[in-house]
Ligand binder design. Structure first.
Ligand SMILES: CC(C)(COP(=O)(O)OP(=O)(O)OC[C@H]1O[C@@H](n2cnc3c(N)ncnc32)[C@H](O)[C@@H]1OP(=O)(O)O)[C@@H](O)C(=O)NCCC(=O)NCCS
Length: 165
């Protein structure tokens, strides 16, 4: 992600179809977004990616807690109104980047219980369920469970090898 991406990334992030699945629920202001980018882009433990197809941005993936041989947590969204299959594409590219370029051993994720598409996508990518944080997040008046999922580098490599057979 570079400075020129900021405007479109903010409009994606605040889009109702993205925002309603995020752990942070408020409308992000341009100032807050810029400050977050300034800090995050200097932080060696973060990797902010914009995934492009034929030069057009189709999604964004953020890794935090990046450490060689350690565990990074990710979050992602596809561009609003993307065709089906975009989620799988952006996540596959980002996982490849995490294991090959960031050299992490594990990618972990936290997903709101009602986010069926994301849970299905994680399972399709090979993530394993690791537990449920019960009624962990207050959404309006409702306490929502958070699903914890993870994938190990070894599992990813095994899966890649099986797909090439
Ligand atoms: C989550 C997100 C990236 C999925 O993108 P997508 O392009 O719909 O994903 P895909 O088409 O690759 O679908 C992945 C799987 O989810 C399923 N899926 C997609 N939308 C679904 C829905 N609304 N309900 C149930 N399943 C759904 C697909 O059928 C597919 O499963 P399959 O492989 O068994 O067929 C996208 O919806 C998004 O950006 N959502 C808002 C932000 C978000 O939720 N981010 C993740 C936070 S943890």
């Amino acid at each position: 992600m570079v400075k020129d991406d900021l405007e479109s990334m903010l409009s994606w992030r605040n889009h109702p179809e993205v925002k309603r699945f995020m752990l942070t629920q408020h409308e992000i202001t341009p100032e807050e977004h810029r400050a977050w980018f300034e800090e995050s882009s200097k932080d060696q433990s973060k990797a902010l990616l914009v995934i492009e197809e034929h030069g057009i941005p189709i999604g964004t993936v953020h890794f935090t807690g990046v450490k060689e041989n350690g565990t990074a947590e990710w979050s992602f969204h596809s561009a609003p109104h993307s065709p089906k299959g975009t989620g799988y594409k952006i996540c596959t590219s980002a996982l490849q980047f995490a294991f090959r370029n960031l050299s992490v051993n594990k990618v972990s994720s936290r997903v709101l219980a009602f986010n069926t598409a994301s849970l299905k996508l994680h399972h399709r990518l090979g993530f394993k369920d690791e537990g449920i944080l019960r009624e962990h997040q207050l959404f309006g008046n409702a306490h929502i469970d958070i699903y914890c999922l993870g994938i190990l580098m070894g599992e990813w490599l095994e899966q890649q090898a099986a797909q090439q057979e």
